[in-house]
Design a binder for this molecule. Structure first.
Ligand code: ADP
Ligand code: MG
Length: 634
């Protein structure tokens, strides 16, 4: 080494989050140590993909060596493992950024929020995109040598760290293009210095990697394994999705998922198809078993990997999946796009539109199939992704009915709280004469289940769907009917039970409306602007009053949601409905002095019962106390 080389050696500190992560790697992940190899090979493979892609525009980058491979070797004496690739490599700045920080801000935030127990969960690591640091699970020193494709030989970079707070970086001469990562194994990790062991790990985690993973051949000689000069390919090294379905085992599908899905758990299900016709493409799409941590983040990366004729084009091709299927992972490989396709072109491409619609159909088909053939598995899916899928009712007009058919909803007619029904179940149980699907929306399951609006439905044993996800308001505003049956809110408009009410009941209602006209007018006058109308209802059996929204007004739950999300909700006055059989209402009829107080309390309690907030809670409490005192003194 010349002075010149040593003089450019610099020591730098890791970003604080990286230090934290390194601690986690070293202390918590020991039981899952093998994943380090998977991560480093996956990075090497990504580096080869990147070179292949950049090389499409600039073939000089290949430096006359376009056979991209990954090597794994070990040195028993030095107790080192080396993983090298002839991919894109890194410049000095790239090394500092990529191996000194956690680049993705969402990842960083997520990481700092993790509780101690979650941090021990190795399975989350893949989702972080912090795979490189897993090298420190087995190594107490890691050295990286790299040269970016196209750069001169003196532009090599050496990076070294013991996983403490710092790393050293230095410019060096390096002839081979790409990156070599050498792990100096910790004490107790020597069993990894074994060809058979390494081959087993590579098969287990990295068989699906598209580039050949090479190791030197070995043979038994004099009771010891001898490493030969000749190399052999360890993995299958063939795009899994391009192979015929019949030749692929479930384990291979699962292994590939872990690579494309950045997940350590098995997927819940997958669909693999070759589509021929106007567009020709192959898709291999997976439903994960659990939600990625950023499922609800607005600009989280999602989408699938796009290949054109087996050449990797881009990650996270969001155009290939609608937003409500953002949890789907996998690859699409098409013959119809140019290799130099950009994200901008994708946005406008008719071919992509057709592929997206094809992929969407496949995923929906997969879910429909699962719902029928394996309801238990489907329930698992629904618990994790149901709320996301529901967005599709409003987002995807063409598939709206199918998505509605996939919904699983809480209802008054299930036995336990977690249990759900489909709209088809609901319809199959409808009462004779029932022609509508009734639902209620509320903030919580209990608020829905105990709402006064349900009283008459309970009495008549009519099923009502209990919708308590935020997205449900959006669903019902986009879904006016299912299989020809209109969806009707029980908290909106006049109660119209159609044929579910007999003539006698209808006549009684008319009679009551007349008999209570004076009272309802008086209450309206007393409450004035707070209500749009006051009327008699038969929807109540136990409660004295409830609020309903007028047919074209937005209901109270939606108004609250809009307000909570900082949006302006149109102010609409509710309609107060009173129960003509209730003693409190009858008592009110006779009330003279305190009529206004009684009317106010009636309104306020109706508002409370449906989860609303009182404008003036203190006055409500005062009135209640006064009334209680009067009762006890009379
Ligand atoms: P991820 O792969 O999810 O981005 P990693 O921690 O595994 O996260 O790697 C961090 C970054 O380091 C990569 O994104 C890549 O830019 C760079 N990197 C790691 N290994 C290599 C390699 N073998 N060749 C080139 N770049 C690499
Ligand atoms: Mg990685």
């Amino acid at each position: 080494m010349t002075d010149n080389v040593t003089s450019n050696r610099e020591t730098m500190g890791f970003q604080a989050e990286v230090k934290q992560l390194l601690q986690l790697m070293i202390h918590s992940l020991y039981s899952n140590r093998e994943i380090f190899l998977r991560e480093l090979i996956s990075n090497a493979s990504d580096a080869c993909d990147k070179l292949r892609f950049e090389g499409l525009h600039n073939s000089a980058l290949f430096e006359n060596d376009s056979e991209l491979t990954i090597h794994v070797s070990y040195d028993k004496e030095a107790k080192t493992l080396t993983i090298s690739d002839n991919g894109i490599g890194m410049s000095r700045d790239e090394v500092i950024n990529n191996l000194g920080t956690i680049a993705k801000s969402g990842t960083r935030e997520f990481f700092t929020q993790l509780s101690g127990d979650q941090q021990k969960d190795a399975s989350l690591i893949g989702q972080f995109g912090v795979g490189f640091y897993s090298a420190f699970i087995v190594a107490d020193k890691v050295s990286v040598l790299t040269r970016r494709a196209g750069e001169k030989i003196d532009q090599g970079v050496s990076w070294e760290s013991d996983g403490g707070g710092e790393f050293a970086i230095e410019m060096v001469e390096r002839a081979p293009r790409g990156t070599a990562i050498t792990l100096h194994l910790r004490e107790g990790q020597e069993d990894l210095l074994n060809g058979t062991k390494l081959r087993t790990i590579i098969h287990k985690y990295s068989d699906h990697i598209v580039q050949p993973i090479l190791m030197n051949k070995e043979e038994w000689k004099d009771n010891a394994q001898q490493v030969l000069d000749e190399e052999e390919t360890i993995n299958q090294a063939f795009a899994l999705w391009a192979r015929p379905k019949t030749e692929i085992s479930d384990d291979e599908y699962k292994g590939f998922y872990k690579h494309v899905g950045h997940d350590y758990e098995d997927p819940l299900a997958w669909t693999h198809a070759r589509v021929e016709g106007r567009q020709e493409y192959t898709l291999l799409l997976y439903i994960p078993a659990r939600a990625p941590f950023d499922l609800w983040e607005r600009d989280a990366s999602h989408g699938i990997k796009l290949y054109v004729r087996r050449v990797f084009i881009m990650d996270d091709a969001t155009q290939l999946m609608p937003h409500y299927l953002r949890f789907v992972r996998g690859v699409v490989d098409t013959n119809d796009l140019p290799l130099n396709v950009s994200r901008e072109i994708l946005q406008e491409s008719k071919d992509i539109e057709a592929i997206r619609s094809g992929c969407t159909k496949k995923v929906i088909g997969l879910l429909e199939d699962m719902a029928v053939k394996d309801p238990e598995k489907y329930t698992k899916f629904w618990d994790v992704f149901g709320r996301v899928l529901k967005e599709g009712v409003g987002e995807d007009f063409a598939n709206k009915d199918k998505i509605a058919g996939l919904m699983r909803l809480a209802s008054t007619h299930t036995n336990s709280p977690g249990e759900t029904v489909s709209l088809a179940d609901y319809i199959s149980r409808m009462k004779e004469g029932q022609d509508k699907i009734y639902y209620i929306t509320a903030d919580t399951f209990n608020a829905a289940k105990n709402s006064p609006h349900l009283e008459v439905f309970r009495k008549k044993d009519i099923e009502v769907l209990l919708l308590t996800d935020h997205v449900d308001e959006w669903v019902v505003s986009n879904l006016s009917a299912f299989e020809g049956k209109p969806l009707v809110s029980v908290a909106k408009g006049g109660l119209d039970l159609g044929k579910l009410e007999d003539e006698a009941e209808k006549q009684e209602q008319e009679k009551d409306a007349g008999a209570f006209k004076e009272l309802t007018d008086k209450i309206k006058a007393s409450l004035s602007e707070r209500v749009k109308e006051v009327r008699v209802t038969h929807r109540l059996t136990d409660s004295p009053a409830c609020l309903v929204a007028d047919v074209h007004d937005i209901n109270a739950n939606l108004a609250r949601l809009l307000k909570a999300s900082g949006q302006k909700a149109p102010v609409s006055q509710p309609i107060l409905e009173i129960n003509p059989r209730h003693p409190v209402v009858l008592r009110l009829q006779a009330e003279e002095n305190k009529f206004d107080d009684w009317a106010s309390v009636l309104f306020d309690q109706a508002l409370l019962a449906e989860g609303g907030q009182l404008d003036d809670p203190a006055s409500f409490v005062k009135r209640i106390n006064q009334l209680m005192l009067e009762m006890s003194s009379s």
